[in-house]
Design a protein around this ligand. Sequence first.
Ligand SMILES: C[S@@+](CC[C@H](N)C(=O)[O-])C[C@H]1O[C@@H](n2cnc3c(N)ncnc32)[C@H](O)[C@@H]1O
Length: 410
Amino acid sequence: MTADPPPTDPSPRHPPPPRERLLAALRASLADGTFVKLVFARPRGSGSLRRIDARRILLRSVPHLSFVRHYPTRDETSNAPLPAAIADAEALIGAPFQSVHLFTRDTEWQLRLGKRGSAHLTTSALAAPAGAAGEAHDRGRHRLVDPGRPFLHELGVTTAAGQVVPSMAKKYRQIDKFVELFAGAVGGALLATDLRVVDFGAGKGYLTFAVHDWLLASGSTMDVAGVERRADLVADGNARVERLGLRGLRFVQGEVATWPPGSLDVLIALHACDVATDHALHLGVRSGARVILCAPCCHKEVRPQLQPPAPLQAVLRHGVHLEREATLLTDGLRALLLEAAGYDVQVFEFVPIEHTAKNTMLLARRRAAPRAAEGPLAEVAALKAFYGVRELTLERLLAGGGGGGDGRVR
Ligand SMILES: C[S@@+](CC[C@H](N)C(=O)[O-])C[C@H]1O[C@@H](n2cnc3c(N)ncnc32)[C@H](O)[C@@H]1O
């Protein structure tokens, strides 16, 4: 630990006061993307405010600081765009807190404030975040999900001190990446409404909790539901919701293939096995979801049907090629069918392949004005004819056909 360092001071003889140096470090970290969080702790007096945490979020693609005021029985969140947020932070430094901590990616700055106006600034170098060693692509990346968020500890992703558990580092990065995608997809006008989100095949609820937490920090009101077939996971999820004192989040036991359509803003389905993905997509379309975020799992429907024409047979006689071709074709056809149903669709890798081979994401946003379905439907028909595919669950469901498939999510 170093006492009163002068790194931001061009004139060591007359260093700016500690408060100014902390604010300069805050501004610099927000500007260069190294800011992690700001914490106001140890309040003086008998008030019930215990602590204030501030972290960076994007609202309608604009950087903000989200201030969470912690009281014994509730939290209060307020957001401010960066210039105003820095002014708010400056005002809070004058408020009756005995210490202010600024965490940047590699340094903790601690400002200790005495009763009679004295101020003392120290810095400590922080160890590299758990799991970060050797991962060059992660360096310099700003994370939206603060490892100090209570839900992460509740789910076993972080320690009580807010450090990522090494064996959960990939999961943490997957959660963070997913929140980044979610934030980009629902930004703008969508956030202004009470958002209804359903996560199909929620499992332990990593993403369900993360999405709820992000919406909470964004000041939205929301109804987030994790639909899961396993009763034990549903009970665990709801017990966690209760322990964390959360509102607007629940886990419900249900089957993706038979879940009744309802009014919905965002549908999430990560790793719904085989045609369960198609049932989830169909439900999203029928429910008028404005955004669908779907990472398919295994693909079993198209592969046994593939009868490629002669030139391709020489390539696809190898099982590994056939498998990849079937995967590519299945997700390509799904994207076209969603386009025909009134969505703009992007298909991309959402986490590095070493995290999971099932890393393809379909992001579909409902178009404001409908466009003719004939074009994409003609492309679907041409591809089916080319590869000899006869049956597509999503096509049948969207055309008004009944269920089918086992609806399993793995
Ligand atoms: C691979 S996990 C994925 C969990 C979560 N989506 C994630 O990405 O972290 C799939 C979950 O879906 C659940 N599931 C399987 N079939 C289902 C169905 N038909 N309806 C609802 N949930 C299902 C499983 O019990 C399992 O917990």
